[in-house]
Design a protein around this ligand. Structure first.
Ligand code: FES
Ligand SMILES: [Fe+2]
Length: 473
């Protein structure tokens, strides 16, 4: 008997167990409920109840744009009167792709026999049919409602009778002189592993202060690092928000003997994430709001696109570290490693989110994971998502109340740097947790206020923490 064999009862749990583990990945099943997005799948039907970005405005030119979204092949165009159409890609007549269609004053015309479709799928002309034919009155081409907003094209792909309002958050118009700059990042993997990466904040302390980058030259190191503040392992707490329709984490870090930094990141189901500042210098900032809004849109089960806005304003980025010119089609200005555009070797030397997430595989095999305490947020995210997909989550009352008032929706993501001197002999982690709880509580107090009053309220209450006058609401 070879002396390397140590655990004959369970040969999978011994050194050099590769032989016994080798087929696990190939044999593992994926979590269909959370990852498959096509028509009639649980996730796909749930996602279709929300407005989803489908392309960037700049992609709509004099020719149509072919896209695949939620496993449906579509064509997007802006007709010559300025209206956006999102149509089934294949012509209702005999199937020619409308990506070869001719954009009209009203709608689009199929190149093959000239059928003309309006943006709502009404057939306007069938030039090869007899003039007296009423055939076009009995057919509708598949079409989805769409609109453009700040450089993104949104479509609603659910039942027309259930069409919701677009979720308009405070952050989309705050501050008033802020600019929303659109961008995309294209990922060759399932949507969920990109979405849940944002609630997995521990990775920022490893990947984005990569334990290997000390050996790299300064330019690359700065490009893949989020800054010194993120290098500290945070104290993190996760919780559900919006009655289970979202979740957030608060991460507390001590930045000096006097100051602590609380970062909150929130995601909203099905696929929206807003983060606080994504540029360095957050450590000096008193309180910042949203730096980035992203929708994580499945293309099909093995591909996805991040559609987002980077927020540019002097409040979130007073030192102007961000660069609008670097945001656009499959590019964004923060952290290299967000796209597939680098070489394999560059990715190996300084891996970023793209390399870490796509290399998991086309669809992550959850059953092969070994989750620890640091993964609580990721697993909470999956559990909450499963519940909303199944319709087991109660109605989001805060959303409905805000919309009823004609208000925009509150958000929780923020960076707050607060004075909190270290106390000799005290448990600093407990102090950090307590401070995180207070900041989260303050952000939640804002839910009940009109949107115009929320920011001032949050700042005043944060000042109270700083000045030691804080009283829990
Ligand atoms: S296939 Fe489009 S008009 Fe005939
Ligand atoms: Fe990351």
């Amino acid at each position: 008997m070879n002396k390397e064999a140590k655990n004959l009862d369970n040969p999978r749990k011994q050194p050099y167990a590769g032989y016994y583990l080798r087929n696990d990945r190939a044999n593992s099943e994926v979590d269909v409920e959370l990852t498959h997005c096509g028509p009639d799948t649980p996730l796909g039907e749930y996602m279709r109840r929300f407005w989803q970005p489908v392309c960037m405005s700049e992609e709509l030119t004099d020719v149509p744009k072919a896209v695949r979204i939620l496993n449906e092949d579509l064509v997007v165009f802006r007709d010559r009167s300025g209206r956006v159409g999102v149509l089934d890609r294949h012509c209702s007549h005999r199937g020619t792709s409308l990506e070869y269609g001719i954009i009209q004053q009203q709608g689009i015309r199929c190149c093959y026999h000239g059928w003309q479709f309006d943006v709502d799928g009404t057939i306007l002309e069938m030039p090869c049919e007899p003039a007296e034919s009423r055939m076009k009155e009995g057919i509708f081409h598949g079409a989805y409602p769409a609109f453009e907003r700040s450089g993104l094209v949104f479509a609603y792909m659910g039942p027309p009778e259930d069409k919701p309002d677009f979720d308009e958050f405070d952050s989309f118009s705050m501050p008033a002189d802020g600019r929303l700059v659109p961008f995309t990042n294209v990922y060759a993997c399932n949507w969920l592993q990109v979405f849940e990466n944002l609630i997995d904040h521990f990775h920022a302390a490893a990947l984005h202060n990569n334990m290997t980058v000390d050996s790299l030259d300064a330019e690359i190191r700065d490009g893949v690092s989020l800054g010194q503040g993120f290098r500290t392992m945070p104290v993190i707490q996760w919780e559900a928000t919006r009655n289970g329709h979202g979740m957030m984490f608060s991460a507390g870090r001590r930045v000096s003997d006097e100051k602590v930094w609380v970062r909150i990141t929130e995601l909203n189901f099905p696929n929206l994430v807003q983060t606080a500042s994504v540029v360095p210098a957050a450590a000096e900032l008193r309180h910042t709001t949203v730096g980035m809004t992203r929708w994580h849109v499945p293309v099909d089960d093995k591909n996805m696109i991040i559609f987002g806005w980077r927020h540019f304003n002097d409040e979130i980025d007073p030192t102007h570290h961000g660069d609008e010119s670097k945001c656009g089609l499959d590019k964004v200005d923060f952290l290299i490693g967000q796209t597939s555009h680098r070489t394999y070797l560059e990715g190996q030397r300084a891996p970023g989110d793209y390399e870490a997430i796509v290399s998991i595989g086309e669809i992550a095999a959850h059953k092969l994971e070994h989750p620890g305490r640091s993964d609580v947020g990721v697993y909470m995210c999956r559990n909450l998502l499963r519940k909303v997909i199944r319709g087991e989550t109660p109605v989001d009352t805060s959303r409905d109340a805000a919309l009823e008032r004609g208000d925009t929706l509150p958000f929780y993501s923020a960076d707050s740097v607060l004075t909190l001197p270290k106390v000799d002999g005290a448990d600093d982690d407990a102090l950090l947790k307590d401070t995180c709880d207070k900041v989260v509580g303050i952000m939640k107090e804002c839910d009940a206020l009109p949107s115009a009053e929320r920011k001032a309220h949050a700042r005043k209450r944060l000042d109270d923490i700083d000045g030691g006058n804080f009283v829990a609401d």
